[in-house]
Design a protein around this ligand. Structure first.
Ligand code: 2NL
Length: 355
């Protein structure tokens, strides 16, 4: 069979020999080098190397060539194939490099995509979301409020004395016109009580601000979750039961909770509460400093003076309130040694934390 039909117009009607293949190679390499776009380059590839291209045709036609010339022609055809493939690849690289950044030509839709990973939920978000879910089962809803607060909502309404050290400019970020960055999320609960009659059952997660110098366990910007339950005959027993239920849902069914007497101006009586150490089970280890207990935060029965400030009748209702630091719980839960890791947003760190 003749190769005529494969040849460029003008050459048709002739049989092919070794010098024809050499000429064809020169032409193919020239066309590859001249291609100005990825599309044009692909057309050259299809023309010569494609399934119905010139080269496969030559290969098929070899069997009809002069037996004396056949080996040399086969070698030349193979050279053509290899050199053209190499030139196409090189030219593709040049075109990509040359047009990188300027749009169209740089984009090769045939390349596989670059996997960027799914990322990971931040441990602070995880603790907040899980706490919301646990208290939801106890009938609590979520309340929100402004980060920029009045001195009244952040301090006065909470029965914090005028000369209390937490009001000091050393401890609070004061803004213009007597405003401040809230130092706890309690003002959210004050606002809720001001705006609706009892009963109230809410938790308030959110950002808080204190003039702390950053170290492994302090950050000027941190997160807190406070809870408030107001109704007829709410007691300290309700507080103890609900905090214990929360601790066991969050940290494990065998966690114990210990309550110690304390003082806060906004609650009376007040307690601090500890969880038994989830690492050693209470036996004593490095994490709990051999005590078997890990200090979590404070709570108590809402001070009647706070109820009067928001217009609730302390003879008709009682309530409990608690607060906790989200960073502290996340660090305990995930074994994080330095609070600053929570703010670096290094994905290697975030993805290393298991459930
Ligand atoms: C802590 C833990 C606490 C409250 C927050 C609160 C809120 C209202 C009324 C009464 Cl509206 N109390 N919140 C109570 C006890 C502890 O946070 O260690 N704070 C210094």
């Amino acid at each position: 069979m003749a190769l005529l039909f494969l040849w460029d117009s003008g050459r048709s009607g002739q049989f092919m020999n070794a010098s024809d293949i050499a000429a064809l190679k020169k032409q193919a390499l020239g066309e590859a080098q001249a291609a100005g776009t990825a599309d044009a380059l692909e057309q050259v590839r299809i023309k010569y190397l494609g399934r119905k291209g010139l080269l496969p045709g030559i290969m098929t036609g070899l069997k009809d060539a002069d037996p004396a010339e056949r080996p040399a022609m086969g070698r030349l055809a193979n050279e053509l194939k290899q050199e053209l493939a190499a030139r196409l690849a090189a030219r593709r690289g040049e075109l990509q490099a040359g047009s990188a950044g300027d749009g169209a030509g740089a984009f090769d839709p045939t390349l596989p995509g670059r996997w960027r990973g799914l990322g990971a939920r931040h441990p602070i978000s995880r603790v907040i979301e899980e706490t919301i879910r646990i208290f939801d089962t106890l009938g609590f809803s979520v309340a929100d409020g402004p980060d920029i607060e009045t001195e009244y909502h952040n301090f006065d309404a909470l029965n914090t004395p005028d000369d209390h050290p937490s009001r000091d400019t050393q401890d609070t970020f004061w803004l213009e016109a007597g405003r401040l960055l809230r130092t706890q999320t309690s003002p959210v609960q004050i606002r809720v009580m001001e705006s609706q009659p009892p009963p109230v059952r809410i938790i308030a997660p959110g950002r808080c601000y204190r003039r702390d110098t950053t170290d492994a366990t302090h950050s000027a910007n941190f997160h807190q979750i406070e809870g408030l339950y107001v109704d007829r005959r709410v007691s300290l027993a309700d507080l103890k039961g609900d905090i214990t239920y929360f601790a066991q849902r969050l940290m494990g069914a065998d966690v114990k909770v210990r309550f110690r007497p304390h003082f806060f101006p906004f609650t009376e009586p007040s307690v601090e509460y500890d969880f038994s150490c989830h690492v050693c089970g209470g036996k004593g280890c490095r994490v709990c400093k051999q005590s078997g207990w890990i200090e979590i935060s404070g709570a108590g029965m809402v001070n009647p003076k706070v109820f009067r400030k928001v217009g609730y009748d302390p003879d008709a209702v009682t309530g409990y309130a608690f607060g906790m630091g989200v960073e502290r719980i996340a660090m305990i839960r995930y074994g994080i040694q330095d609070i600053r890791l929570l703010y670096d947003n290094d994905r290697r760190f975030l993805e290393s934390l298991s459930l």
